[in-house]
Design a protein around this ligand. Structure first.
Ligand code: UGA
Ligand code: MN
Length: 253
């Protein structure tokens, strides 16, 4: 069974490092197609070169998040807009247009800065419709997870945003490809109020809590962590110039 892995990504200092780590995990996983959607007006040569160097089966798409959702968090504005909704919608449409609804495959959303154990992908291949498992370092807990009995969700171990119908991160579930085709009009609601609700949007459309299939030993094993890469503040080019320094490995930036 093929696994379609959907990864939104955007240009930043840490991007190549994050994607390289991800690629090297995916070398361990047979039969995947990695759908990468760049948050950019056009696919960039910089990213294309990196992706070509991986020799993995990759589809490189793009969509630029519009300005009203590109709000930076500042001291006066604590508001964090939801991320990568458009990019994931582009990937869902790509799947609907480029795969058969009868193909027996799995769809997984894998953000570029998380950490994935290769065994997660073994678990995923057992999914009938929608599988769910714990996510480490998520929701201000060491892990968030469904509490399961005999493979079915009984309740949830979670702390933040109690109102979430499905309190689990995007990395905590995967869906049979046929459901993406069946719910052909589903798309993530591109609204500024959707933070933390994206997961519930797709899960409440395509399944119910009672139908979720608990994987990873009845949701007791952690095979994915919602790690975050620190944003590094680089010294400016002006300062470098004043020290008579200049980057000359421009390919590596
Ligand atoms: C958390 C969740 O894990 C995400 O699945 C969810 O989309 C996000 O919150 C949200 O709703 O805002 P978090 O770790 O806080 O994610 O965010 P990032 O890892 O910075 O971004 C999620 C994904 O979107 C990453 O793959 C990232 O490369 C991509 N992204 C981020 C963009 O494509 N464009 C951006 O401007 C920012
Ligand atoms: Mn992240």
């Amino acid at each position: 069974r093929r696994i379609y892995i959907i990864t939104p990504t955007y240009n930043r200092t840490e991007q190549k490092a994050d994607l390289t780590r991800l690629a090297q995990t995916f070398y361990l996983i047979p039969n995947i197609l990695w759908i990468i959607i760049e948050d950019a007006e056009k696919p960039t040569f910089r990213l294309k070169k990196l992706l070509d160097s991986f020799s993995l089966p990759i589809v490189h798409l793009n969509y630029l998040t519009p300005g009203y959702l590109r709000i930076k968090i500042t001291s006066t504005n604590k508001f964090k807009p939801p991320r990568a909704m458009f990019q994931r919608n582009i990937a869902l449409n790509w799947l609907r247009n480029n795969t058969k609804s009868t193909e027996d495959a799995i769809v997984y959303f894998a953000d570029d800065d998380n950490t994935y154990d290769w065994r997660l992908f073994i678990e995923m291949r057992q999914i009938k419709n929608v599988g769910i498992w714990p996510v480490g370092i998520s929701g201000r807990l060491a892990y968030e997870r469904p509490i399961c009995y005999y493979g079915r969700v009984h309740s949830w171990f979670r702390y933040v945003a109690i109102h979430r119908e499905f309190p689990i991160d995007m990395a905590g579930f995967a869906i049979r490809l046929g459901l993406i085709h069946h719910y052909k009009y589903f798309h993530f609601n591109v609204s500024i109020t959707s933070v933390g609700l994206l997961e519930s949007q797709i899960l409440s459309t395509m399944t119910t809590i009672n139908d979720l299939e608990c994987l990873a030993d009845n949701a007791t094993k952690i095979y994915v962590w919602h790690t975050k890469t620190n944003e590094t503040y680089l010294v400016s080019n002006e300062i470098l110039q004043s020290l008579n320094m200049v980057y000359n490995l421009n390919d590596e930036l």
